[in-house]
Design a protein around this ligand. Structure first.
Ligand SMILES: *[C@@H]1O[C@H](CO)[C@@H](O)[C@H](O)[C@H]1NC(C)=O
Ligand SMILES: *[C@@H]1O[C@H](CO)[C@@H](O)[C@H](O)[C@H]1NC(C)=O
Ligand SMILES: *[C@@H]1O[C@H](CO)[C@@H](O)[C@H](O)[C@H]1NC(C)=O
Length: 555
């Protein structure tokens, strides 16, 4: 018997932990990751933490009852010697071993932020030991615009990209964090981690797939939502509507684009047989904005205008993405139901800034896309993006692919090793996503399927109608996807659907009761069988919506 074992038994018996929550306890067996050196460790008990409201949210959201939590707050600072970086890993451990469910949860970030503390709280509230990394630069909410701007770290000087910092953000810090945080977790408790999971959306979704692609040993289960994969392509094409505005010398007011989106939703809402403000049958929606040119809309009360042909052309570009000279698409566009102008707190891809009368509008490109172009492609923080015309746009797209594909694209389809290790992926994408093109996720899924045709055994894709980027919208949201993943990994129960529920607070009907609907594994769709449209039992996963509409749908 190892010395110390009786103490561990005692610890178990009293429900306390194996190690105490002090920095000294963790220094006794310092965490390591190859090529790194620990600089500092902090650890302290935090009791009754209840700051959910003021913390960065968890993406994707988890089904958490926001109760006060007690945890051991462990912070490890480390460097890659010679690379002049300082990276922070945060690990939040349920304070009492009895409150730990034995699982580890890696939690992803959003935009340029590699992680966020609010997300760790959700993990702990559900019983997980939860961890994230700041990847060596500013974090969610620290400073506030850090999600949208890489200015504080991307260039060592104008013209010179900090490639090591980009590598940390792209992949390296994710492996480090997983080694370090798991080691800390094992040191604190008397038993080993049973399973490790990843939960992330957007950048977090990209991080999850990157982990499956590069570090197949780290996680048995990965939730990847609305992932920012295909980065070097999609992030540049996100800018394209502004090239079109420049070419047409027309900057459509926000209300005009909103009127077009509204018309598209009205035209396609009922293609699935249910009128719910959501375009579930997105492949059947062939709405062309040119069909509403000249139609009247009310921009502001008493200010009635007509939809212009320029605005129609710009909205259509939002749905197709850039086209090559021969008319074939360069990449993808957003779905018709996506808010092209974005939401109150989030820019969309076809957005302008206007005066209070909704006149004299100017381009207002999505900040992360603009930032990638300025900092990483042009390497000049002062560059005036309004210079970008069609030719420069295509040049920038080539530059992005040439210089950063191997670092940042995050879309290697070869998951053979991950599959062999028994890993499982749930990939989902909201069809009302206003920032990342859902077809980019489908493209990745199809390419993974080419490498591993038995994809259904370990990797499933779910299209989620009516859900905007990571959270929000009128569609049913897969709030319990992590539970479905755990059931798949630990009990072998593969999900043919995720349980969806609307989240009224983040929808256009905040006072409504939640409605329930299955979210079916691609290529199946949730077809209406009849009955109460707010009940999941009124829908079934089917090959098409034809049962209701009397039409055979192509998928
Ligand atoms: C956790 O510890 C770090 C490092 O000491 C500290 O900056 C952070 O505020 C702590 N978090 C909480 C919730 O106490
Ligand atoms: C190391 O990084 C700091 C900022 O993080 C910077 O001020 C310093 O100049 C860098 N040193 C070298 C040798 O690059
Ligand atoms: C997305 O892909 C589907 C085929 O699966 C296609 O019908 C649709 O036009 C594509 N949409 C966009 C915006 O690229």
């Amino acid at each position: 018997m190892r010395p110390g074992a009786p103490i561990m038994l005692l610890a178990l018996a009293t429900g306390t932990s194996a190690a105490t929550c002090t920095a000294d306890a963790f220094w006794k067996a310092p965490p390591t990751a190859f090529g790194s050196e620990v600089l500092d460790i902090h650890a302290e008990e935090v009791k009754g933490w209840n700051e959910y409201a003021t913390s960065a949210p968890t993406f994707p959201a988890l089904p958490v009852e926001q109760k006060p939590i007690d945890f051991c707050n462990v912070t490890v600072f480390y460097t890659h010697p010679g690379l002049n970086d300082t990276i922070r890993v945060s690990v939040w451990l349920p304070l009492q071993e009895a409150d730990w469910n034995g699982r580890f949860l890696g939690q992803g970030g959003g935009g340029w932020a590699a992680g966020g503390h609010g997300a760790l709280a959700s993990g702990v509230a559900l019983g997980y030991a939860a961890a994230d990394t700041n990847a060596g630069h500013s974090y969610f909410g620290d400073p506030p615009d850090t999600i949208l701007s890489s200015k504080s770290w991307s260039l060592t000087s104008p013209g010179n990209v900090n490639i090591h910092a980009l590598q940390n953000f792209a992949y390296r810090a994710l492996d480090d964090m997983s080694w370090i945080a798991k080691h800390v977790t094992k040191t604190y408790y008397s038993k080993d981690i049973s399973y490790s999971y990843w939960n992330g959306c957007s950048t977090g979704g990209r991080q999850g797939l990157t982990l499956a692609q590069r570090y197949h040993w780290q996680y048995q289960g990965i939730i990847s939502a609305a992932p920012a994969v295909n980065w070097v392509t999609f992030l540049v094409t996100e800018y394209y509507a502004h090239v079109k505005m420049k070419e047409l010398k027309y900057y459509p007011p926000v209300c005009e684009i909103q009127a077009i989106t509204k018309a598209a939703i009205e035209a396609c809402d009922e293609l699935d047989g249910v009128k719910d403000g959501v375009i579930s049958a997105f492949r059947l929606c062939g709405f062309d904005a040119k069909s509403v040119v000249g139609q009247k809309y009310e921009c502001k009360e008493g200010d009635t205008r007509k939809i212009t042909k320029e605005a129609a052309e710009i909205a259509n570009i939002g749905w197709t993405g850039p086209l090559k000279k021969d008319g074939t698409p360069v990449w993808y566009g957003l779905a018709h139901e996506a808010p092209l102008v974005g939401q109150p707190n989030f820019q969309g891809l076809v957005k302008t800034k206007c005066d209070p009368k909704e006149q004299n509008c100017k381009s207002d490109p999505f900040m992360i896309s603009a930032d990638w172009i300025k900092q990483f492609l042009l390497k000049d923080p002062d560059y005036d993006l309004s210079n970008i015309d069609e030719e420069l746009f295509h040049h920038l797209l080539r530059t992005s692919r040439q210089q950063y594909h191997s670092i940042m694209d995050s879309a290697d389809p070869d998951l053979t090793h991950f599959k062999q290790a028994g890993g499982k992926v749930i990939l989902w994408h909201g069809l009302a996503d206003e920032l990342i093109f859902p077809n980019g996720s489908l493209n990745y899924y199809e390419r993974v399927k080419e490498v591993t045709p038995e994809i259904d055994d370990y990797f499933r894709y779910f299209e989620v109608p009516g859900v905007t980027h990571c959270l929000g919208g009128d569609g049913a949201f897969p709030l319990t996807a992590l539970n479905s993943l755990v059931d798949w990994v630990e009990n072998g129960k593969a999900p043919d659907h995720l349980d969806g529920q609307t989240i009224p607070m983040f929808s256009s009907k905040p006072d409504a009761e939640p409605a329930y609907r299955p979210i079916c594994a691609y290529p199946k769709v949730a077809a209406y069988k009849g009955g109460d449209v707010t009940k999941a039992s009124s829908f079934e996963c089917a090959d098409g919506f034809g049962k209701v509409t009397g039409r055979h749908d192509e998928l």
